[in-house]
Write a protein that binds this ligand. Structure first.
Ligand SMILES: [Fe+2]
Length: 134
């Protein structure tokens, strides 16, 4: 079973961001599946690279939309993005250099990050957007 099941609750109503979030959920599910199947380090490495690369791209796009919208919570949101990315990059580093096993902590973190960040923090931005007069 997929680690994260996409539901309509995840939708912000911002098409490009929703599509990117769906893709991130796919990568995290792929990562989880590979881990459960005990896939080798080459596969895990590829998925982690994918995750880090796509996350960087996605955060940059999301922050651009927030900047253009003049979002007042931008600074705080950017700090959260930085923190999340640093953690994922840390996992990647540990995996590559110390050949540390990817543990369930990583899964938990990824699940928490995606679900909680999208449902709470990204949604707060989407809501603030709707409050603005057209
Ligand atoms: Fe975000």
């Amino acid at each position: 079973m997929a680690l994260i099941k996409w539901t309509d609750d995840f939708n912000l109503g911002i098409e490009s961001v929703d599509a990117q979030h769906r893709h991130l959920v796919e990568i995290v599910n792929k990562f989880d599946e590979a881990m459960c199947k005990g896939k080798g380090s080459r596969v895990m490495n590829e998925i982690l690279n994918d995750l880090v690369g796509y996350t960087q791209e996605h955060f940059a796009d999301e922050e651009k939309i927030m900047t253009e919208a003049g979002y007042e919570g931008l600074k705080r949101h950017q700090a959260q993005h930085r923190q999340l990315l640093q953690k994922v990059e840390r996992f990647q580093y540990e995996f590559n250099t110390e050949h540390r096993r990817v543990t369930s902590t990583v899964q938990d973190f990824l699940k928490y990050w995606l679900t909680s960040h999208i449902l709470k923090d990204d949604k707060a931005f989407a809501a603030s957007r709707q409050e603005q007069p057209a």
